[in-house]
Design a protein around this ligand. Structure first.
Ligand SMILES: [Zn+2]
Ligand SMILES: [Zn+2]
Length: 363
């Protein structure tokens, strides 16, 4: 039987979000409903609100979440009612060429529920990244549910569903950071700070954080940065990174800011033959102009990182385990716990750079 629950919606471009009742139907084949316990406020939610991602309003916001599976549809065998899960926005198909070749992180399909959630008047909702977790109950594809240890704090592990996983994975999966590596991370908001934590977990011995905001550099230090560069006081970031790496440049440089300027800094701050990872999404107006010859002479690897090249079924629970062991301070990313009515305020804090993450908790 369908249920009526409270949810946060973006009804029109650029307008403050609104709390509304929505209808969550029973899950169809391959689908599950999840009682949401916690849901982080991500920049992508703000982009939906502002109409940057699309114009298919109304959007049901929220997409980095944890919860308890309530009901499953026909044919679901990866989760059962009562399972504690982190939701993921790139459920892999298991059948495409990439999946068949063991490269499921590059799966070309993303599975989301096809049964629509609606407003009480029947208007279908577009769930953010196919999830829609600023709601007491949500409907997703069962593949979007990744079981993890129920010992973990729901507000903390929810963040693995998006930004924190993107940063950890940029260092550990895409960047392949290894023991003894030198690593630089340019831009240490939520994703960049997670890249710092990932570099530490992977054994990097020098981890350099670069940002314009001193507060963010403080977070990066707390998460494992051995050195910080305040890019306001030290505009020549490339030389500063070279100075901290015996003049060589860093083995792995991660651009978590995604502008032409930081892209070039990351490119030139990299050691000869080193790895450059772009994890931030540039906007469509940005252009890059640089000597093509330099890309030849610098050798090495350039990779972009989508969702940290993660495979939720492979990565989420081990990372939760490392957190429970005290080796991954995921709790540091939770700046504040808020209610469903506080999402608009959390966007304001986010724009001001006051928080790593605000997390909506459901009681
Ligand atoms: Zn696939
Ligand atoms: Zn996100």
């Amino acid at each position: 039987m369908s249920k009526i629950v409270k949810a946060v919606l973006a009804l029109r471009r650029g307008e403050p979000v609104a709390l509304r009742e929505i209808v969550v139907p029973d899950p169809g084949p391959g689908e599950a409903t999840v009682r949401v316990l916690a849901s982080g406020v991500c920049h992508t939610d703000l982009h939906y609100r502002d109409g940057v991602i699309g114009d298919a309003f109304p959007y049901l916001l929220g997409h980095e979440a944890s919860g308890i599976v309530e009901q499953v549809g026909a044919g679901v065998d990866n989760v059962a009612p009562g399972d504690f899960v982190v939701l993921n926005w790139r459920a892999v198909c298991g059948r495409c060429r990439a999946c068949r070749r063991g490269r499921a992180e590059s799966c070309v399909d993303d599975y989301t529920a096809s049964t629509p959630m609606t407003l009480t008047d029947g208007t279908p909702l577009q769930p953010a990244l196919g999830i829609g977790a600023f709601a007491e109950l949500t409907l997703v594809h069962a593949g979007q549910c990744t079981p993890v240890s129920p010992k973990a704090d729901p507000a903390v592990v929810a963040l693995l569903g998006c930004g924190v996983m993107s940063g950890l994975g940029a260092a550990m999966n895409t960047g392949g950071v290894a023991t003894g590596d030198t690593v630089a991370v340019i831009g240490v908001g939520g994703v960049g700070c997670a890249a710092v934590a990932g570099a530490k977990l992977a054994g990097a011995t020098t981890i350099i954080a670069v940002d314009l905001d001193e507060r963010k550099l403080g977070h990066a230090r707390a998460l494992g940065a051995t050195d910080v560069i305040d890019a306001v006081r030290t505009p020549d970031v490339v030389t500063a990174i070279r100075d901290l790496t015996d003049g060589l440049g860093a083995d792995v440089v991660i651009d978590a800011a995604g502008t032409p300027e930081t892209w070039k800094q990351a490119f030139y701050a990299r050691a000869l033959g080193g790895t450059f990872v772009l994890v931030a999404r540039p906007d469509s107006s940005m252009r890059l102009e640089m000597p093509l010859l330099d890309t030849f002479l610098r050798n090495g690897t350039y990779r972009t990182s989508w969702y940290g090249d993660c495979l939720p079924s492979r990565d989420f629970d081990p990372l939760v385990g490392l957190h429970l062991q005290g080796r991954l301070p995921l709790d540091h990313f939770v700046t504040e716990r808020i209610g469903l009515t506080d999402v608009e305020g959390a966007f304001t804090s986010m724009r001001a750079g006051d928080v790593l993450r605000s997390v909506v908790v459901f009681t």
